[in-house]
Ligand binder design. Structure first.
Ligand code: URA
Length: 210
């Protein structure tokens, strides 16, 4: 483990714990920066902390977390080997969906976490997390497909909490974990991601006004 990398990640964790960038800090017990080794090959990005995560300051420690542990064990990976975080770092009231301004306030933390860890694979859990890399996609169409976006390989999956309660999604996430193993073993290669045409146009328009 690289000491500089570890110090940089710890500094972000500390900044998140003290963060007051959006109103969610008012109601939190603990912010939940993320957990795992700074040199992890796989990074999981969920949506937002829930009740148990807020209580403990750790990601995925409730029912969805137990299921995630089982899924990891099913492909021979221990949780201690992966880095886990969320799109937003504080629990929204009543576990409602993250709002755009909250995602925006936390974006820079997630960008920095990705940059420091530089994972081989970024697994997005749920549509809010997927939207970061593929804002125009539908999770039902793209889950379980590895795509390269710039220097990173993204692998979108359903959220384990949703999969816990819907048998069809449970089967899909179990199958996607097998595909993740194939990807890790080099049996499957990621495709280069092509943004839908309207998005490409949007990014061209943006570049031309900057
Ligand atoms: N759901 C998430 O998206 N993140 C957590 O940390 C826990 C549950």
């Amino acid at each position: 483990m690289d000491a500089t990398q570890n110090t940089a990640l710890e500094a972000i964790h500390e900044e998140v714990r003290r963060c007051q960038r959006c109103p969610l800090h008012v109601g939190r017990t603990h912010a939940v920066p993320g957990a795992g080794p700074c040199d992890a090959d796989i990074m999981f990005i969920g949506e937002a902390p829930g009740f148990h995560e807020d209580q403990q300051g750790l990601p995925f420690v409730g029912a969805a977390g137990n299921f995630l542990d089982q899924l990891l064990q099913g492909i021979g990976i221990d949780r201690s080997k992966v880095y886990i975080t969320n799109v937003i770092k504080c629990r929204p009231p009543g576990n409602r969906d993250p709002q755009g301004d909250e995602v925006g306030a936390c974006r820079d933390y997630l960008d920095q976490q990705i940059e420091i860890i530089h994972p081989k694979i970024i697994v997005t859990l749920g549509r809010h997390s997927m939207a970061r890399a593929f804002p125009e996609e539908k999770i039902s169409l793209v889950h379980g497909q590895a795509r390269k976006v710039g220097e990173y390989t993204y692998f979108p999956m359903y959220h384990p909490a949703a999969a816990l309660h819907q048998p069809s999604l449970k089967q899909a996430i179990e199958e996607d974990f097998q595909k993740l193993k194939q990807l890790l073993d080099g049996q499957v290669k990621p495709n280069e991601y092509q943004a839908p045409p309207q998005l490409e146009q949007l990014s061209i328009d943006r570049k031309s006004v900057v």
